[in-house]
Design a protein around this ligand. Structure first.
Ligand SMILES: *[C@@H]1O[C@H](CO)[C@@H](O)[C@H](O)[C@H]1NC(C)=O
Ligand SMILES: *[C@@H]1O[C@H](CO)[C@@H](O)[C@H](O)[C@H]1NC(C)=O
Ligand SMILES: *[C@@H]1O[C@H](CO)[C@@H](O)[C@H](O)[C@H]1NC(C)=O
Length: 398
């Protein structure tokens, strides 16, 4: 209600107004008009809002817009800043016009930041996917992601849509207490590296009531992800919800405290997964991972811990991963698996997984309960769960 009143007010007044304690900065006032390029208008509105005395709301009304890459940086004098957009904003399709920016829209060093509205942020990935050479070239050049939220505190992203990013959709780095609510992320099923939300070095990240359908992980947790809640998320197509891959580098930070609950994962390669690299120096721990009430529909690998993660065979699987995994619970996981081995627990021979629990894991493949493939893990079973089968010679399977 408040937003509607406010939007109407801006429309009528067509200039900068203060409603209550919020000052509204309409980008139209800064030359940002429908069917035009709003890059400079948004930058100007941000500067005004950020240096303002009042909490500010940057307003983008319904309409089509074009926008180049922007960096919206704090710290701000204003106690809070919101960007409220009902517009459809398109990025350049031509990668040269992204100026090598890591992200199209970068919001950094802000306390109390909000991105809201029913707007669509269209990264125009299909015009650029052919420039992604990462499946053939380890040192491939990264294309631009849609959003980078870095070093934000107490922030909220809600209701908006991120569409067809050229790379990951959202990268969360160094944030404390950030929530994603009711957002939508979409990209073609065959688009490369279009992960939904990637989290790293952040504490207190909540993702709720969100739909993610892309060509890669729906949500992924990199090193230093702490206290993450994923709830009411529908994921698929894509690669599922992943922790890792980690272990590749020496100076990684531990990952702990993940809860994934009440989620539906459909037609994806993986469901819920923890993956670490073998033969690499990383020694962090991954602990307190809790997956509960998850419905799988036609998921190839619904439950998987893979400590021999080695895409394109770039590593020596004989040297075990040094990443320690412990306190992992899979509870009330049900639905259909795309493979007979619906549960995979391949842990490290160097540091076997500790305290992995399977509790009411009812997954079927062609109408029959799946089997579990295990190595260096002795899961504690409660209620119904697939029995472990020895995965390979010498593996300490239960
Ligand atoms: C965010 O919180 C951290 C930790 O309390 C603090 O060091 C940092 O300055 C805060 N950043 C902003 C932009 O308020
Ligand atoms: C579970 O998530 C769905 C959205 O995927 C939501 O509509 C529903 O209310 C949630 N249920 C509970 C019990 O939280
Ligand atoms: C099952 O999922 C795969 C992707 O993992 C997809 O190609 C296939 O079409 C899906 N099958 C059905 C019946 O939806």
């Amino acid at each position: 209600m408040k937003i509607i009143t406010c939007a109407l007010f801006v429309f009528l007044a067509s200039s900068i107004v203060v409603t209550g304690q919020k000052k509204v900065y309409d980008i139209a006032t800064y030359g940002g008009l429908p069917n035009g390029d709003i890059t400079q208008a948004l930058i100007k509105a941000w500067k005004a809002a950020c240096t303002g005395r009042y909490p500010g709301r940057i307003f983008i009304k319904k309409g089509k817009y074009r926008m180049g890459d922007v960096q919206l940086k704090g710290p701000c004098k204003a106690r809070s800043i919101e960007i409220y957009s009902d517009g459809t904003i398109e990025a350049p399709g031509d990668i040269a016009l992204m100026h090598g920016a890591p992200q199209w829209i970068r919001v950094e060093y802000v306390n109390h930041f909000t991105l809201a509205g029913h707007g669509i942020f269209d990264g125009r990935g299909p015009a650029a996917y052919h420039h992604n050479t990462c499946s053939k070239n380890v040192n491939c050049k990264m294309l631009t992601m849609n959003f980078g939220f870095s070093f934000l505190n107490n922030s909220v992203i809600r209701d908006v849509t991120s569409k067809d990013s050229k790379n990951f959709h959202v990268n969360v780095l160094g944030c404390n207490n950030i929530a994603f609510k009711n957002i939508k992320i979409t990209a073609p099923e065959d688009s490369p590296n279009t992960d939904g939300i990637h989290i790293g070095r952040s504490n207190g990240v909540r993702i709720r009531n969100t739909q993610i359908a892309t060509g890669d992980d729906c949500i992924s947790l990199g090193d230093g992800s702490v206290n993450v809640l994923v709830e009411g998320v529908t994921c698929g197509p894509g690669h599922g919800i992943s922790v890792g891959s980690v272990g590749k580098f020496k100076h990684e930070e531990p990952i702990h405290g993940l809860t994934v609950k009440n989620c539906t994962i459909s037609n994806t390669m993986n469901g819920v997964r923890i993956k670490t690299w073998p033969a690499e120096p990383g020694t962090i721990s991954i602990t307190k991972m809790h997956f509960e009430n998850i419905l799988m529909k036609n998921v190839s690998n619904p439950v998987i811990i893979d400590q021999e993660y080695c895409p394109w065979n770039q590593c020596n699987k004989k040297i075990p991963s040094k990443v320690r995994i412990s306190d992992v619970t899979f509870k009330n996981i049900r639905g259909t698996s795309g493979t007979k081995e619906g549960v995979t627990l391949i842990c490290s021979a160097g540091v076997p997984c500790q305290n992995v629990k399977l509790s009411n894991v009812k997954l079927t493949y062609r109408g029959k309960q799946v089997v579990a493939k295990c190595a260096n893990a002795m899961p504690i079973v409660k209620g119904i769960a697939p029995a472990c089968q020895r995965a390979r010679r010498g593996a300490a399977a239960a």
